[in-house]
Design a protein around this ligand. Structure first.
Ligand code: NAP
Length: 253
């Protein structure tokens, strides 16, 4: 069963961001094709049993390796072991990718302004999308909004700047908007639904949500996804169904 569904891959690198946050990369088998925004299912052998969890791919679909971004869940059966990974260790990778949080799902409205709203490790699928030139060609305005609890948990900031410089070279419409919810000194420190309701997010970005033009993706804390969806609906934005509508979501756990 394992060998039919999974391949065995090797850990190539590990980057630790904070005590509870790290990224790792691993080998990518040639058959593993995915679209930016999709997730992989990764397995670990624990006491002779295979435990599997979903992880959105951080890397671009064109990269030779696969990168993932993980939180350490206290006492979590999977991540409490995953956090001790070493380069060279083996991980299982399910052969097919999953998920519908991809830009290709949007048919109407046509691409114009893209809002990528993440909390915590929900940032991952958006990093993949931003490493695809097509994203930058298709959208005039791209707002990446990333909410974390503390400054120390704000991972990937330099990489985001590098990605924007490389993939979005010459693009003038990119904005990275960090939110640090437990730092009252931060420019934005309230939760996403509040910042939408009070207009502060749009004020900082310098643009308004627009049912006629906006594509809005939410990924991260399931309660954030729920509450933000409601705040956006109050503003006249609709869920994307069968290709039509503004909002697409993915719960991260
Ligand atoms: P988090 O609690 O999800 O917080 C990350 C950001 O989301 C913070 O800015 C937080 O604001 C904000 N947030 C939380 N609830 C929100 C809501 N209802 N509306 C809007 N914003 C909201 O922190 P995390 O570090 O990413 O994850 C925390 C815990 O979630 C972990 O310890 C773990 O137990 C679990 N988790 C599990 C998995 C899994 O795969 N099982 C994956 C990720 C996380 P505040 O500071 O105001 O709370």
């Amino acid at each position: 069963m394992t060998s039919e569904k999974f391949t065995v891959e090797k850990v190539l690198s590990i980057q630790r961001w904070a005590d509870n946050l790290f990224s790792f990369s691993m080998t990518r088998p040639a058959h593993f094709k995915f679209t930016a925004g999709q997730f992989a299912r990764i397995g670990l052998q624990v006491d002779g049993e295979l435990i599997v969890r979903a992880y959105s791919v951080v890397s671009s679909p064109y990269d030779e390796t696969l990168e993932f971004f993980s939180i350490v869940v206290p006492d979590g059966a999977f991540t409490s072991r995953l956090k001790d990974l070493q380069v060279g260790d083996e991980l299982y990778l399910e052969k097919i990718p999953y998920g519908f949080l991809t830009l290709a799902r949007y048919q109407q409205p046509l691409p114009h302004d893209l809002w990528l709203l993440a909390t915590g490790t929900g940032l991952a699928p958006f990093l993949s999308m931003l490493q695809d030139f097509e994203t930058w060609q298709n959208y005039q305005k791209i707002n990446l909004v990333y909410s974390v609890r503390t400054q120390a948990e704000l991972a990937y900031v330099e990489r985001i700047q590098e990605i924007a410089a490389t993939f979005g070279e010459g693009h003038t419409g990119f904005q990275f908007v960090p939110i640090i919810t437990r730092d009252p000194q931060a420019i934005l420190h309230q939760r996403l639904p509040v910042l939408i309701e009070n207009g502060q997010l749009e004020a900082v970005v310098g643009q308004q949500f627009n049912p006629e033009t906006s594509h809005i993706m939410l990924c991260g804390n399931p309660q954030m996804v729920e509450d933000t969806k409601e705040a956006l609906k109050q503003r006249g934005l609709s869920m994307n169904r069968r290709g039509e509508g503004n909002i697409a979501v993915e719960n991260y756990w």
